[in-house]
Design a binder for this molecule. Structure first.
Ligand SMILES: *Cc1c(COP(=O)(O)O)cnc(C)c1O
Length: 383
């Protein structure tokens, strides 16, 4: 079976983890801040706040921005459920903005129309969460302009997009974004086993996320409300969670981060090979643009004949090709239907879902395996 994604763990990665196991710290110790600083430097921003998943990093960012009951957060329906769920953890409401069908990221025109309506209803979102779907950056210039006009926060869900670029900036360094979230789950670009990170240029926001990551407990005298009673003293000044990353995970992530440039290059090279090999088939290929560089976490094609998606998917699986589909639109999940969402609300996300197949793409995918994927797809489309 050729999987749709696979982690790449080297002997260096293993040694880095083993040296933590021999050290004094297993949970958050000296390696976590090194990993945070390394990620922040890599994506050209100021602060990184590591956590035990991207889901918890999203929750920390939303909570630190003050999202709570009575507030609304908007994201896109074509995403993993976590982008939306984390807003519900805060007691806020969630709504969605449909995708641009080519780019698969939040459609700025639709966002603008929905903002104008929301403004007249007095229901503007507090936070808007564009998702860099498959690694392709959203149209951040257009979304930033709307943020200036309507006054919402931006949290980028960049779980697919560490190492991607938008214009001359790395994803993670967009000037009007409050926080950008990366995932280090094993199927993502760089892994720490489980793990995530929020990066930001806002020092106060970083400090707040750090506080909430560990129960809302502080040992810094400047954050305390009472007189320090002795060297043992700490205070809980907010309600937080245990979302800490372990040093074991950070060591793996830090070691993997050294290869980020190679990973992005290899993923882009494989994507270009797919583009060339699939050009004559009845499928739409991933969006490309000169002013962005995708991290190519996923290579998702769309069948022109959506009615054949299931048969083509099954034929590929029968050939040992681990294809997948990303994503079932969040608003169609039973849990979200119970909140009042349903079919037909976000037609571009629904149409994309009905026709999409993600092909195997990971740095160690060999040329002959890639050729086997293309052969299998070609046969499946012809029968
Ligand atoms: C994977 C993913 C997440 C959640 O990441 P975890 O690290 O597994 O919590 C959130 N959003 C998107 C778009 C993802 O792909």
């Amino acid at each position: 079976m050729i999987p749709y994604g696979r982690q790449d763990v080297t002997e260096d990665d293993i040694s880095a983890v083993v040296s933590v196991l021999r050290s004094d710290f297993l949970t958050q110790g000296p390696v976590v801040p090194r990993f945070e600083a390394a990620v922040a430097a890599k994506v050209q921003t100021s602060h990184g706040v590591a956590s035990n998943s991207a889901t918890s990093a999203l929750h920390l960012a939303y909570a630190a921005l003050g999202l709570g009951p009575g507030d609304v957060l908007w994201t896109q329906p074509t995403t993993f459920v976590a982008s939306a769920n984390a807003a519900l953890y805060c007691g806020a409401e969630v709504d969605f903005v449909d995708i641009d069908p080519a780019r698969l990221t939040m459609c700025p025109d639709m966002l603008e129309r929905k903002l104008i309506e929301a403004e007249s209803d007095g229901r503007l979102p507090k936070i808007v969460v564009p998702v860099h779907m498959c690694g392709q950056p959203a149209d951040m210039a257009a979304i930033n302009a709307l943020a200036q006009r309507f006054g919402f926060h931006i949290v980028e869900d960049a779980s697919h997009a560490i190492g991607a670029r938008c214009g001359d900036r790395m994803i993670g360094a967009m000037p009007s974004t409050d926080a950008t979230i990366f995932s280090f789950h094993p199927v993502k670009i760089v892994t720490s086993g489980e793990g995530g990170m929020a990066v930001t240029q806002n020092t106060a926001l970083a400090r707040r996320m750090e506080l909430l990551r560990s129960h809302g407990i502080t040992r810094s005298p400047d954050l305390m409300e009472q007189q320090e009673e002795g060297p043992w003293f700490y205070e809980q000044v907010a309600l937080g969670w245990n979302y800490r990353m372990t040093d074991i995970a950070a060591a793996l992530g830090l070691s993997q981060l050294d290869r980020l440039d190679d990973y992005i290059q290899r993923r882009n090279a494989l994507a270009t090979c797919y583009d060339n090999m699939l050009r004559d088939l009845p499928v739409d290929l991933p969006f490309r643009s000169d002013d962005t560089c995708s991290a190519f976490h996923l290579y998702a094609i769309r069948l022109h004949d959506a009615g054949r998606r299931k048969a083509v998917f099954e034929a590929l699986r029968n050939d040992g090709i681990g294809v997948n589909v990303h994503y079932i639109p969040v608003h169609l999940q039973p849990f979200y239907r119970r909140l009042g969402f349903g079919e037909g609300q976000f037609p571009a996300a629904e149409a994309y879902y009905n026709s999409a197949i993600s092909l195997p793409l990971f740095p160690t995918l060999g040329d002959s395996d890639q050729a086997a994927v293309v052969d299998s797809l070609r046969r499946a489309l012809q029968t």
